[in-house]
Design a protein around this ligand. Structure first.
Ligand code: GAR
Length: 199
C-alpha cells in the first residue's frame, strides 16, 4: 500500500478524516507520518491516538523546515504529501521533490478565494455557492491542477463560522476521495487538467 504523510498546522479534522477512513478500511493508502509546523497543534494528539508517528518541523526557517520534511519522508518511504490545513507556503525545493505528489485541500471553489480566510472572502464577495477544492500543489498559492471540487450553498444568514462548518463537512469526503483516486493510480496530470479514469 502506498505510504502517505499528512502535514497539519492546527486542529487536523481533515487529517482525522483520513485516519478514520484508514481505520475503517476505506483508504487505499497508509498514513505513516503526521508532521506539524506547530508543536502545539491539537491534531498531533489525535494522530498519536490513532497510533501514527508524529513529528514537528518548524517553518520559522522555511528551508530548515522543508529539509526536515524531506528527511522524515525519505526515512518513512513516503510517496505522497497531503496538506490538510497546513498553513505554510512550500518552496520549489519541496514541490520539485514531490512532483504532482502533494495534494492540498482548500476551503473554496478555486480559483476563487485563494490564500487565507477563504470562507470570509466568499461571504464578503456575496457568492451564492462556495465549497472546497483538492489540487496538486505547484509553485503558486492554491493554483495547482484541480483534482476534485464540492459545491456548498451560502445561506443568507451565514457567518464565517457556519459557512466554514458546512464546507468542512464536504472537505473530509472530498479529501478521502482524492487520496483514493491518487492511490489507485486514477489521476493523470496534463498541463492544468487532471484526468480521472474510472475504477
Ligand atoms: C480547513 O478548512 C482547510 O481547508 C483549511 O484550513 C482548515 C483546516 O481545518 N486550509 C486552508 O485554508 C489552506 N489554505 P482542519 O485542521 O480541521 O483540517
Amino acid at each position: 500500500m502506498k505510504r502517505i504523510a499528512i502535514l497539519i498546522s492546527g486542529r487536523g479534522s481533515n487529517m482525522e478524516a483520513l485516519l478514520k477512513a484508514h481505520a475503517a478500511g476505506e483508504l487505499q493508502a497508509e498514513p505513516v507520518l503526521v508532521i506539524s509546523n506547530r508543536a502545539a497543534a491539537p491534531g498531533l494528539d489525535t494522530a498519536r491516538a490513532h497510533g501514527v508517528r508524529t513529528e514537528v518541523a518548524s517553518f520559522k526557517d522555511r528551508e530548515a523546515g522543508e529539509q526536515r520534511v524531506l528527511d522524515l519522508t525519505r526515512e518513512c518511504a513516503v510517496e505522497l504529501l497531503v496538506l490538510a490545513g497546513f498553513m505554510r507556503v512550500l518552496s520549489p525545493t519541496l514541490i520539485e521533490a514531490f512532483p504532482n505528489r502533494i495534494i492540498n485541500i482548500h476551503p473554496s471553489l478555486l480559483p476563487s478565494f485563494p490564500g487565507l480566510h477563504a470562507q470570509r472572502q466568499a461571504l464578503e464577495y456575496g457568492v451564492r455557492f462556495s465549497g472546497c477544492t483538492t489540487h496538486f500543489v505547484n509553485a503558486g498559492v492554491d493554483t495547482g491542477p484541480i483534482i476534485r471540487q464540492s459545491v456548498v450553498p451560502v445561506e443568507p444568514d451565514d457567518t464565517e463560522e457556519t459557512l466554514s462548518a458546512r464546507i468542512l463537512e464536504q472537505e473530509h469526503a472530498t479529501l478521502v476521495h482524492s487520496v483514493n483516486d491518487w492511490a489507485a493510480d486514477r489521476l493523470s496530470v496534463e498541463g492544468r487538467h487532471v484526468r480521472v479514469s474510472a475504477g
